[in-house]
Design a protein around this ligand. Structure first.
Ligand SMILES: Nc1ncnc2c1ncn2[C@@H]1O[C@H](COP(=O)(O)OP(=O)(O)OP(=O)(O)O)[C@@H](O)[C@H]1O
Ligand SMILES: Cc1cc2nc3c(=O)[nH]c(=O)nc-3n(C[C@H](O)[C@H](O)[C@H](O)CO)c2cc1C
Length: 304
């Protein structure tokens, strides 16, 4: 890396899926070849969180997760620009001049064919190219064909998660979907069933929670991998009402209260059921454990 000048791509990058990754690789390669700082310009909150609050859009990643995942791709620099009503009213030219030119000293922009920007999203890639001539940067377009070839979108991933289709979401993401939160205390019933569960509290109300159900999960605690089975649901069998996210970690026996965990969701086991007795619930959990262990054994076998 890299002089003061930059190669920039712009977008929400929610999920950082395989389509995004292709663009990010191109960005990093171009930066390396041309001694430019590879820079991602992203916005937060999501425009629809600001302009269509009532729609209640949910995101695949919290902003902290997005930062973490984007930096892990190997980009040099990330700018999270606040998306406010005021910002949404900025004229296209003001936006280009203030951010791309003055703030980022842009030499090259890599952008999808359908990218729109400026007040009411009136400017398009033709306008961007015109501004490029004026301010001295080049524009590289990712064609419709290149975008469609990948056949992935954040919307498709959100739908998969809402349907509990975690394997499908993970395939699109090329990495497991994650939940990040803090372990809080629950009703204190788990230990009695032989399955103590760590209850995860997620601060960000805009984060997508996958469909209620039982999942195989993995986390990292003090440098060690821990596998577990997670139930997302209302625990109807024990008369629960609120949705909880709780995980029994296999072969583990430590206090987790107050710990911050990032949990990868690997596989869907079954839907949450309203059993007519707690005995049946415990039997089902024992069966979940059996299947989860088989899944995990196969994972480590495939690795070796
Ligand atoms: N294998 C394990 N998996 C998850 N948590 C464990 C495990 N072993 C010990 N713990 C600890 O036990 C706590 C959970 O205990 P328990 O489920 O009885 O009570 P709780 O927090 O009130 O939750 P619940 O709502 O599930 O009843 C966890 O938060 C963690 O600190
Ligand atoms: C692997 C697993 C599967 C679970 N499945 C169900 C379920 O199908 N129905 C339900 O009411 N609760 C389910 N629970 C939640 C259970 O009711 C809860 O852990 C205890 O009541 C302790 O709070 C599940 C919990 C775990 C860890």
């Amino acid at each position: 890396m890299a002089t003061g000048k930059s190669v920039v791509t712009i977008g929400t990058f929610d999920g950082v899926h395989i389509g995004h990754r292709k663009i990010l690789k191109r960005l990093i390669d171009y930066g390396g070849d041309n001694e430019l700082t590879s820079t991602v310009l992203t916005f937060f909150p999501h425009p629809r969180m600001v302009l269509q609050k009532e729609a209640g859009i949910k995101l695949i990643n919290t902003i902290e997760e997005r930062k973490q995942i984007l930096y892990n791709t190997g980009i040099d620099k990330l700018i999270v620009h606040p998306f406010t009503r005021e910002f949404s009213r900025l004229k296209a030219q003001e936006y280009i001049e203030e951010i791309l030119v003055k703030k980022l000293d842009v030499a090259h922009v890599i952008i999808g064919y359908d990218h729109r920007f400026g007040r009411n999203r009136t400017a398009d890639i033709t306008d961007l190219k015109k501004f490029g001539k004026q301010y001295g940067f080049s524009v590289e377009e990712i064609s419709k064909q290149d975008v469609e070839e990948v056949a992935v979108s954040s919307t498709k991933i959100r739908k998969a998660l809402n349907n509990g289709e975690i394997e499908k979401a993970n395939k699109y993401l090329s990495k497991p979907f994650i939940l990040t939160g803090t372990v809080i205390s629950g009703k204190g019933l788990g230990k009695g069933f032989g399955y103590p569960t760590a209850n995860l509290k997620i601060e960000e109300s805009y984060k997508i929670i996958p469909a209620n159900g039982v999942y195989v999960v993995k986390t990292n605690l003090d440098g060690k991998s821990l596998f577990g089975m997670m139930n997302i649901g209302t625990n109807p069998t024990v008369g629960g009402k609120e949705q909880t996210i709780e995980t029994y970690f296999l072969d583990f026996d430590q206090d987790l209260y107050g710990k911050k965990l990032q949990i990868e969701i690997l596989s869907h086991l079954r839907k949450e059921v309203n059993f007519d007795s707690t005995e049946k619930l415990v039997e089902a959990m024992q069966n979940d454990e059996k299947i989860a262990r088989q899944y995990i054994a196969k994972l480590s076998k495939d690795l070796h």
